[in-house]
Ligand binder design. Structure first.
Ligand SMILES: Cc1cc2nc3c(=O)[nH]c(=O)nc-3n(C[C@H](O)[C@H](O)[C@H](O)COP(=O)(O)O)c2cc1C
Length: 374
């Protein structure tokens, strides 16, 4: 099942795993796929520590890093705004509404001794570039970028170091932009995917992108959680699958137990494409939080990066409260996740998820081959 891309990257199976959790990334790479660490949640110093840890836990197997350098956000092209300037753009009405919502659900403020989550790490060119610099100081095999083509100098710097560059897209138009920017791999992310995603379903998007950017290799993303779905993606012309959601409920995942329980219990109707996380549409679990952002009394979503900045403390408070285990304490707790959540019905080790994908992929191909023989 090795594709050309597997050979270029030195991996055994064309399974790419996006995760913010270093344990998941290292375990996928050890299992023969390519783990890719999402950098957006880390400061450059934290990212350095995570990558150092991954270097020590991948048994020399390749891994990648994912940055977010958005094509469009507040301050882009104006040299960017300082965090203080951005804080001032968040209206008092928004701050009050968010606080009132958390009060309504009994979510306590953060204790004084708790360090506040830094709300403006990625989501801007400066943030993404800082992550890129750290990533390049490690022996990574792949750098991926979300929400736009990476800037030209980043692509050439990566190429100079022999690092392949990938970028996510949600339409043929975006895919062609990525290709002309010089990326090596286009990741076609369908409507059903977890996180930022467009409006075209994978079944339609993947073959269109494959044809539009050929011979540039394409990875299919969105809704892939089984070997049958992987076989379908490969049949559509993809050279591999780029997955995110399925790793959230693995044993290695650092998602808190309350969140894993909610994900395991959720079916595929319980996600929504909402601006609640970042200000741009991202698929996530339906919760009282996502519903509140759609309610009549809500002052409305803020543009990137203000939405994330305005809600960073709230997210931290919601997670801490859910960890208390008190009745109803998980009402607002959610995460980016795709429609494939309906298949995430048990917690499994990463190696078993990889094994199950491969095993079902092989039996699917054999079943289809047998149809030809009949
Ligand atoms: C919890 C979560 C966080 C994500 N964060 C990012 C991110 O920071 N950068 C990125 O490129 N993609 C991000 N994604 C999207 C994934 O890279 C991937 O495209 C997507 O999960 C594939 O669809 P699937 O969830 O159906 O597997 C995220 C996905 C999830 C589930």
């Amino acid at each position: 099942m090795k594709t050309e891309l597997c050979k270029r990257l030195g991996i055994d199976v064309p399974i790419f795993a996006f995760s913010h959790c270093r344990d998941v990334v290292a375990a996928v790479s050890r299992a023969g796929g390519l783990g890719v660490l999402g950098a957006v949640a880390y400061s450059p110093a934290q990212l350095e520590l995570e990558l150092k840890w991954i270097d020590e836990h991948t048994d020399g197997k390749p891994y990648g890093v994912d940055t977010v350098i958005p094509a469009k956000y507040i301050g882009k092209g104006e040299g960017g705004y300082s965090k203080e300037q951005l804080e001032q753009m968040i209206t008092p009405a928004h701050r009050k509404w968010i606080n009132d919502l958390l009060d309504k659900y009994g979510v306590p403020p953060l204790p004084d001794e708790v360090e506040h989550f830094e709300g403006l790490l990625g989501w801007s060119e400066q943030g993404g570039r800082a992550h890129f610099e750290v990533a390049m100081s490690h022996d990574i095999a792949l750098i991926a970028n979300a929400l736009g083509p990476p800037p030209e100098d980043i692509i050439s710097h990566a190429h100079d170091k022999g690092v392949l560059v990938a970028a996510l897209c949600g339409s043929v138009h975006q895919a062609l932009k990525q290709k002309s920017a010089g990326v090596d791999i286009v990741i076609a992310s369908g409507y059903e995917a977890g996180g930022h995603t467009g409006e075209i379903a994978s079944m339609v998007l993947t073959p269109q992108v494959v044809d539009a950017v050929a011979p540039t290799p394409v990875l299919a993303a969105g809704g892939i959680g089984s070997g049958r779905q992987m076989a379908a993606a490969m049949a559509l012309g993809a050279q591999g699958v780029w997955t995110g959601s399925i790793w959230l409920t693995t044993q290695e995942s650092d998602a808190i137990p309350a969140l894993k329980r909610k994900l395991v219990a959720a079916d595929s109707t319980q996600t929504v494409r909402s601006r609640a996380i970042s200000g741009k549409p991202a698929r996530q679990l339906v919760t009282e939080y996502t519903k509140a952002w759609e309610s009549e009394d809500c002052p409305g979503y803020l543009p990137m990066p203000l939405q994330f900045l305005a809600t960073a403390d709230a997210t931290q408070r919601i997670t801490r409260h859910a960890q208390s285990g008190a009745e109803g304490s998980d009402a607002l707790l959610g995460t980016a996740v795709g429609q494939v959540v309906g298949q995430m019905n048990a917690e499994r080790p990463v190696s078993k998820v990889v094994y199950d994908l491969v095993e079902e992929y092989v039996s699917t191909i054999e079943r289809l081959k047998a149809l030809l023989d009949d």
